[in-house]
Design a protein around this ligand. Structure first.
Ligand SMILES: Cc1cc2nc3c(=O)[nH]c(=O)nc-3n(C[C@H](O)[C@H](O)[C@H](O)COP(=O)(O)O)c2cc1C
Length: 181
C-alpha cells in the first residue's frame, strides 16, 4: 500500500537552526509510516499576496512564482506541519507570505488533512501559535496541538526537554490517527 505523505514546511532562514531541528526529529519519527518531505521556504521565491482577488472566484493564484509548486504539494499531503521561529512576536515573514498565498484554498480543499505546527522562540512567542491555529482553522483542517520550543542559538532547543517530549507526543498522535483512518 502506498504510504501517506507528511510535509514539514520550515520558515526559518537557518537550515541548521532550532525549527529545523525539531521538524527533523518529528519527520524522522514518522518516516517508517509515512513518506516525508522537508521544505525550507528559504529555497523558494514566494511573493506576498497582491490582493487582486483573482482567486475570489477561481481556485488559483494570479502570481506566478515558486508558490505554484506548493499548491500541488499541499493537495497531495495527508499531514501538513508548519514550522516557524518567532520573529518580533509572530511567525516569520516567509511563513506569512506562504500563508497569504494559500487564501484560495480556504473553501475546504484541505479539510480532511491533519495540520499542526512547531514554533520556536527565545522567550516570548507572542502571537505565533495563534497565527498558525487561526490559519489551520481558515483552511478547515483537522488540528493537532503543536509543539513549542525555546532556544536562541542554533540547535540549543535540543536541550528543551519539554519540546522534545512534545515532539514524541505529536509523532504518536499522527501515527495513531493514520492507523485509524
Ligand atoms: C529578527 C528576529 C526577531 C526575533 N524575535 C523574537 C521574539 O519576538 N520572541 C522570541 O522569543 N524570540 C525572538 N527571536 C529569537 C528566535 O526566535 C530564536 O533565535 C529561534 O530559536 C530561531 O529559530 P531558528 O533557529 O529555527 O531560526 C528573534 C530572532 C530574530 C533574528
Amino acid at each position: 500500500m502506498q504510504k501517506k505523505k507528511v510535509i514539514g514546511i520550515i520558515a526559518s532562514p537557518r537550515k541548521n537552526g532550532n525549527t529545523a531541528y525539531l521538524t527533523e526529529r518529528l519527520l524522522n519519527n514518522l518516516k517508517d509510516c509515512f513518506e516525508t518531505e522537508k521544505i525550507f521556504l528559504k529555497d523558494y521565491e514566494i511573493k506576498p499576496c497582491e490582493e487582486c482577488y483573482h482567486c475570489a472566484e477561481i481556485d488559483e493564484c494570479s502570481i506566478k512564482d515558486d508558490m505554484s509548486d506548493f499548491y500541488k504539494k499541499l493537495r497531495e499531503a495527508d499531514v501538513i506541519i508548519l514550522a516557524s521561529p518567532i520573529f518580533m512576536g509572530g511567525v516569520t515573514s516567509r511563513m506569512k507570505a506562504f500563508m497569504e498565498r494559500t487564501w484560495h484554498l480556504r473553501k475546504g480543499q484541505l479539510k480532511d488533512k491533519i495540520g499542526s505546527y512547531i514554533i520556536v522562540g527565545r522567550r516570548d512567542i507572542g502571537s505565533g501559535v495563534n497565527e498558525i491555529e487561526e490559519y489551520l482553522s481558515r483552511l478547515k483542517m483537522n488540528k493537532l496541538a503543536g509543539v513549542l520550543g525555546f532556544g536562541l542559538h542554533e540547535r540549543t532547543v535540543a536541550h528543551d526537554e519539554e519540546a522534545l517530549k512534545n515532539i514524541e507526543r505529536l509523532s504518536t498522535q499522527i501515527i495513531r490517527l493514520n492507523e485509524t483512518k
